[in-house]
Design a protein around this ligand. Structure first.
Ligand SMILES: Cc1cc2nc3c(=O)[nH]c(=O)nc-3n(C[C@H](O)[C@H](O)[C@H](O)COP(=O)(O)OP(=O)(O)OC[C@H]3O[C@@H](n4cnc5c(N)ncnc54)[C@H](O)[C@@H]3O)c2cc1C
Length: 585
């Protein structure tokens, strides 16, 4: 731990261009996913020294989580870098030679089965037959055309008229059903199969949007999500290589893992006032908190990255150091579940929309303003889960890059029974992880919505058995042997994600995303310290929500606001223009 004088005068440091002196800003970043890491590294890069990430779990990366499975690495969260030029995650990966190129051809096919650069998407029905290729292609052509129409409502400002429903699901179903039913050359049996394929396609779409149903996804706002051109790329060494790269710019002293935050007290100079880092080791005041400032230079922090919790007895950096004995008031105090507290000038919150939905009422004191709460409630986040199964032998053909499951009795006629259907009916497909030389014989299944939450409650054995039954039934092969191993995700029940990624739910739009991203307090008054609470994370990016690049850019955006504020002194002059530049991507 450096002394005060040392740290404030250490002009030789590489990052010596940032704000200095007793008023050096202290920044807490809540969450060590891509947004949090990007925010912290941007601040450190710009010379801010008092930056600490508080991460609830025992590891960094958040919804980027690679895991060893059988002979390879699979992605429990993000798997693909969507798009190339202009995608900051792509550029990071490229710079560090992490990419295996995928083709433009795959990109154009790529809304289904992105694992494989070769092969064919195989559709099987619940009566155990494979649908012919030409039939599938004809259906897919029609589906893709109708899907593209959904973009026009936002992109061309096409009004929703009374004929058109407000959700993507209703719109696609309505237009597709009309086309299918009006096709003069199709028998009624063919029409039924196409209607069943439509239902299956909507399940795939829900998994992609992480919505329980496409009927929940706003048609008017759908086209605002922006695709970055270029192929989709995977990172064979694991997406966590990106986490490692971002982490390299952050000293271990700035990272505290296994540090769940319980409460953020903001907008006050009373309960957060005091001396930066003034130890309150007996925890007798202020709600039993151990108050900590943020260690400066290379000294502070504690628990580090190795899974050990901070220990304020052993680690003096959690206590008051001379360097921080400067009378200061801090507008924000962050309380952790273990009772430790941190005082800060700025807090960048990166917890998921799911966490905010569940906990905004208790997490913030004072509570968030009404419009922010409304935005949190209106926007959507659902659960998309993955189920990886490793088989002894492949029972799919070498040409098959994915197995799509079409329930013939599901033709979209709403009934009570639909609501009661078992979870496995929502499993829409199994991707073949390709190439086998890297992955072995592994299938990756997809399930979303409430059914995913049901699946999360079951044990591995039951899920593996049920998936095998599904594959036997659809592939018409009763001899398929149960998988050797199973690995699956629990994004819905994970208390620190509560869902997979966000979407614009019916009734919400991009303006709600902007409201969510707006820093607090909302005021231009010079008497109130600005930028106390800043909001980053995938759900706060208007065009790239739900993605890794969106998350990363929001972290940089919020760090940028703080950088700008100190660059301009009072946080106002020229801010608008600069921020605009930062926020554009
Ligand atoms: C199944 C799945 C598949 C996906 N596929 C892709 C894909 O192929 N391509 C793509 O680009 N994106 C994909 N995504 C989305 C992508 O992973 C996310 O958009 C991105 O990783 C989100 O980053 P973030 O920093 O916003 O949030 P997170 O990664 O969720 O980080 C937030 C962090 O905050 C922590 N936290 C929460 N509450 C607290 C608290 N109280 N105290 C302290 N810490 C807290 C969490 O533990 C977490 O580490 C996928 C996501 C999932 C779940």
């Amino acid at each position: 731990m450096q002394s005060c004088e040392e740290s404030s005068e250490s002009v030789d440091e590489p990052h010596s261009k940032g704000p200095r002196g007793s008023e050096e800003p202290h920044v807490i970043v809540i969450g060590g996913g891509l947004a949090g890491l990007a925010a912290a590294s941007r601040l450190l890069e710009r010379g801010f020294r008092h930056v600490v990430i508080l991460e609830a779990t025992g590891h960094l990366g958040g919804r980027v989580r690679s895991k060893e499975f059988c002979q390879t690495t699979v992605e429990l969260g993000a798997a693909w870098i969507h798009g190339a030029r202009g995608n900051p995650v792509y550029h990071l990966a490229e710079e560090h030679n992490l990419l295996v190129e995928t083709t433009e051809e795959e990109h154009s096919l790529g809304r289904i089965s992105l694992y494989s650069t070769v092969g064919e998407t195989c559709y099987f029905t619940s009566s155990g037959r494979r649908l012919p290729r030409h039939f599938v292609e004809e259906f897919r052509d029609l589906y893709d055309k109708v899907f593209n129409l959904t973009q026009e409502f936002f992109q061309r400002n096409k009004p929703l008229d009374s004929e058109h429903s407000s959700s993507v699901g209703e719109f696609i179903r309505e237009v597709m059903r009309k086309c299918i039913e009006e096709e003069p050359d199709d028998s009624s049996q063919t029409k039924r199969v196409k209607l069943a394929m439509l239902q299956q396609a909507l399940k795939v779409e829900s998994c992609e949007s992480s919505a329980s149903s496409m009927d929940d996804v706003s048609l008017a706002a759908f086209g605002e999500w922006t695709e970055i051109p270029g192929a989709h790329h995977i990172i064979p060494t694991g997406f966590t290589s990106i986490v490692d790269i971002l982490q390299r710019g952050i000293p271990s002293s700035s990272i505290r893992i296994s540090k769940p935050v319980r409460r953020v007290l903001w907008d006050s100079t009373e309960h957060c006032s005091g001396f930066s880092g003034s130890a309150n080791q007996n925890g007798s005041s202020d709600g039993g908190c151990l108050e900590n400032g943020i260690g400066g230079g290379g000294g502070g922090g504690g628990g580090g990255r190795n899974g050990t919790n901070g220990d304020s007895e052993k680690n003096p950096t959690h206590n008051m150091e001379p360097c921080c004995r400067v009378a200061r008031t801090f507008p924000v105090r962050v309380e952790c579940e273990d009772g430790e507290c941190f005082l800060a000038d700025h807090v960048i919150l990166t917890a998921s929309l799911g966490v905010l939905k569940e906990r905004h009422g208790t997490l913030f004191d004072p509570p968030l303003p009404g419009d922010k709460v409304a935005a949190i409630e209106k926007l959507g986040i659902g659960t998309t889960d993955k189920i990886f199964l490793e088989f002894e032998e492949p029972f799919w053909g070498p040409e098959c890059n994915s197995i799509q499951l079409v329930w013939e009795d599901d033709v979209g006629e709403e009934s009570e029974q639909d609501q009661l259907r078992p979870w496995y009916r929502k499993v829409c497909s199994f991707d073949v992880l390709y190439p086998a030389s890297r992955y072995g014989h592994v299938l990756g299944g997809w399930v979303c919505g409430d059914e995913a939450l049901e699946m999360e409650k079951l044990d591995d054995e039951t899920v593996a058995e049920t998936c095998t039954e599904l594959l036997r039934k659809f592939m018409g092969n009763p001899n398929i042997v149960k998988p050797r191993k199973i690995l699956r995700t629990f994004w819905g029940s994970d208390p620190y994600t509560r869902g997979s990624y966000s979407y614009t739910r019916v009734g919400s739009n991009g303006a709600d995303i902007d409201t969510l991203a707006e820093p607090l307090p909302y005021t231009d008054s010079t008497k109130i310290q600005p930028l106390q609470l800043l909001f980053a994370g995938e759900a706060t990016h208007r065009k790239f929500y739900s993605t890794t690049h969106g998350a990363l850019l929001t972290g940089q955006r919020e760090a940028g606001r703080i950088v700008e504020m100190y660059a301009y002194g009072d946080g106002s002059e020229g801010k608008e223009k600069k921020l605009e530049e930062l926020i554009r991507y």
